[in-house]
Ligand binder design. Structure first.
Ligand code: HEM
Length: 242
């Protein structure tokens, strides 16, 4: 029988986190748009930021999409393309590289934020807490790789994916599935969900905007009309501008 704590953490907590993530982001956008930003510290010191920030973002964005597609694609859909064994290997290798990039990046970001007096003084508690959370989360993610290497049949990966799919499709029994998962997997999952929980209260809201910028690709041209008087008909055409 699954303990109540497992039922709470892996059966109820995911929904709590998702509700706070969506509703909280909405309320923050509605009420506090001027606080909706990535809070760049580049003006205080560029230095290691370029490498650190890029390594961190490339790693984390790859991991975000990797987890999203990897966990939520039903086995029957990818089964014709790739076996569970190969998919697990792919996840371990690509996730390992991206995880390492993210981990080096976040370590540099943390070092910079803690050792530069001006950046430290202007950091909110949540800025530092976030970096520590990602540091631990990436370390735990990397620690799952040797564990996964012990069972290359993809069984654990399929189990975790089934858990995620049951959660997002509101099916019961999700928490019970996790009985064979060890504490490293469970702590990694708990912390991952917690990132969604704290998301609306931190600078992480910039992730919405980051994805939102993709809309610029499809955005219609802005029409700019000159406010000239007495212009002969036909010359007051709108200009197209990005
Ligand atoms: C969607 C695309 C994204 C864009 C365009 C973006 C952009 C940015 C920018 C411009 C900064 C400020 C860097 C500076 O100090 O100048 C930043 C910081 C940060 N981003 Fe993102 N980001 C994206 C996605 C993400 C994701 C997916 C995460 C993690 C889940 C993330 C976590 C962070 C964190 C923790 C910082 C603070 C780094 C520090 O302590 O200096 N970002 N991001």
């Amino acid at each position: 029988m699954t303990a109540w704590i497992d039922h709470f953490l892996f059966g109820l907590y995911p929904y709590l986190c998702l509700v706070v993530f969506f509703v909280g982001s909405w309320i923050r956008f509605d009420r506090d748009q001027y606080t909706w930003k990535s809070d760049s510290s580049q003006l205080l010191r560029t230095g290691s930021l370029r490498w650190a920030n890029n390594l961190f973002h490339v790693g984390v964005l790859f991991l975000f999409f990797g987890h999203f597609v990897g966990m939520l694609t039903p086995h029957a859909v990818y089964d014709v393309l790739i076996t569970a064994h190969d998919k697990q290997l792919l996840a371990m290798i690509s996730g390992g590289i991206a995880g390492l990039m993210g981990f080096i990046g976040v370590t540099l970001l943390l070092h910079r934020r803690l050792t530069d007096a001006r950046i430290r003084a202007t950091s909110k508690t949540s800025d530092i807490a976030l970096l520590w959370i990602f540091w631990v989360q990436l370390a735990l993610g990397l620690a799952t790789i040797p564990l996964s290497a012990q069972h290359l049949d993809g069984s654990m990966m399929m189990l975790l994916a089934e858990w995620a799919q049951r959660i997002v499709t509101f099916r019961s029994g999700a928490a019970d599935l996790l009985a064979p998962a060890g504490w490293i997997f469970k702590t990694h999952m708990f912390l991952g969900m917690t990132v969604f929980l704290i998301f609306p209260f931190t600078r992480l809201v910039h992730v919405w905007s980051g994805f939102g910028t993709l809309a610029y690709v499809l955005r219609p041209y802005q029409l700019v009309r000159a406010r000239r008087l007495n212009v002969p008909t036909g010359q007051n055409q709108p200009r197209r501008s990005l």
